[in-house]
Ligand binder design. Structure first.
Ligand code: UD1
Ligand code: MG
Length: 435
């Protein structure tokens, strides 16, 4: 799909005041990844010259995006003080190619296939237009005879202009020479005292440039300006992710109740029941995830998990059964059964081992985390604790209610017996009741 004659610039320098947050707008997450990640991912499918314009908290955004994309993208820092606004963002931008696609960093639903449409229209400027009545938050677009005449920002519009239903969706394709000619000519003589990129339209019109509207669907061109937009956008993206995996053969019970993040991968036939959340870079292979379980950045292979189980990051399960109210953290379990009510952290547990209800690894001593290693075919009785660091070798048997504080050798039995006290009829005496 890559079109090497195209440069893409993504505007992400704004503060996003309407988000009412100390986090820069484009770092708010949607289905587990920052908003800006999505437009960069799609842009890289079309171009090898992708530039991100940063300003507010720019270094923070830059280092986060470099974690994902390394040196496949470049960055430009906007002089927000002297040249604020979407036009100011492009003040010192130098594209590599003769055509430039300008995206807003707050439009995470955009897809490469939609962006390609801009390239099929022959004009000096192609701009995306939404046709939606009674919507606020967008610049109004004046179209006449099939060509765009002007964009008027909402804050500068009179009531007649505000009534227009043709809205600027915020993505444009410019011939590079148009940007070179008109960016230096933009002024900030408007309600927000900003340099509007949208003013290029009327300047270029005066020189008879051809400006074509491209009517687009809100589903792909939705801008995120506040937290209501953020929530609505996440719903759309979440549905897309689930539709993708359903088509790939994952079985989902009541998919509307399931949350799957970008970056999760399914292999083979998997079943995901209602209310399940699967997050981070989890990888699920031929497994059954039962109702209301939460899986975070874990690997699950040929296993069943839940209902109501919690796998915290860096857990690896293979041929394993995890039942309700079991929490696993940073542990490797191969061929293990842990059916009920356990906490297993920083552990390695091997095949044939059965974990009784209520077993807990005491992995934290108040200062540091310690490891538990349990061998093969170990039988752990209910309500036991292993105080880490500890090694329990193969074929050990641990009696119910034991607290294990020392390593166990292969084949050993371990039982903790406290002193037992029995007093006949004590209940009746205590409550002064008759037998
Ligand atoms: C912009 C358009 C508006 C359009 C809407 C679509 C302008 C002047 N207005 O308005 O016509 O209907 O998008 O969503 O372009 N940004 C910078 N530097 C800045 C200011 C903003 O890089 O100085 C970035 C922001 O980070 C954001 C994008 O540009 O990603 C759009 O900015 P935003 O403030 O959301 O513009 P809108 O008011 O939505
Ligand atoms: Mg916006």
């Amino acid at each position: 799909m890559k079109n090497n004659a195209l440069s893409i610039v993504i505007l992400a320098a704004g503060k996003g005041t309407r988000m009412k947050s100390s986090t820069p707008k484009v770092l708010h997450t949607i289905c587990g990844k920052e908003m800006l990640y999505y437009s960069i991912k799609e842009s890289l499918r079309l171009s090898d010259d992708v530039c991100i314009v940063l300003g507010f908290e720019g270094e923070k955004i830059q280092s986060k995006m470099q974690e994902y994309f390394g040196d496949r993208i470049r960055f430009l820092f906007q002089d927000l003080q002297n040249f604020p606004g979407t036009g100011g963002a492009l003040k010192s931008y130098c594209p590599k190619y003769k055509k430039v696609l300008v995206l807003n960093g707050d439009m995470p639903l955009i897809q490469a296939s939609e962006l390609e449409q801009f390239l099929h229209i022959n004009a000096d400027i192609v701009m995306s237009v939404l046709d939606l009545p009674n919507v606020s938050g967008y610049g109004r677009v004046v179209i006449n005879g099939g060509e765009v005449k002007e964009i008027i920002e909402e804050k500068d519009a009179d009531s007649k202009t505000l009534a227009l239903s043709t809205l600027n969706a915020g993505i444009y394709c410019f011939k590079t020479k148009i940007l070179d000619s008109y960016i230096p000519k933009l002024s900030n003589d408007n309600a927000q005292k900003e340099y509007y990129l949208t003013d290029i339209i009327s300047l270029a019109r005066e020189d008879n440039a051809k400006i074509a509207p491209l009517f687009v669907k809100l589903e792909n061109f939705k801008g995120v300006n506040d937290k209501l937009d953020l929530a609505n956008t996440e719903e759309i993206l979440s549905q897309r992710i689930k539709d993708f995996w359903l088509k790939k053969g994952v079985i989902m019970r009541l998919p509307k109740t399931i949350y799957i993040e970008e970056g999760v991968e399914f292999i083979g036939e998997c079943i995901v029941e209602n209310g399940v959340s699967i997050c981070g870079d989890s990888k699920i292979t031929t497994s059954h995830i039962k109702a209301h379980s939460v899986i975070e950045s874990s690997i699950v292979k040929n296993s069943d998990v839940g209902p109501l189980a919690h796998l915290r990051p860096q857990s690896v399960l293979e041929n394993t059964h995890i039942g309700n109210f079991v929490e696993i953290k940073k542990s490797n379990l191969v061929g293990v059964k842990a059916g009920h009510l356990s906490y297993i952290g920083d552990s390695e547990i091997n095949s044939g081992t059965n974990i009784g209800a209520g077993f807990i690894t005491c992995n934290y001593d108040g200062k540091g985390k310690h490891k538990t290693k349990i061998g093969k075919n170990v039988f752990i009785g209910s309500d036991s604790q292993a105080v880490a660091p500890i090694i329990i070798e193969d074929d050990c048997l641990i009696g119910a209610g034991s607290t294990i504080r020392r390593n166990l050798k292969k084949g050993e039995l371990f039982i903790t017996y406290g002193k037992e006290t029995i007093k006949e009829g004590f209940f009746y005496k205590f409550f002064s009741k008759k037998t």
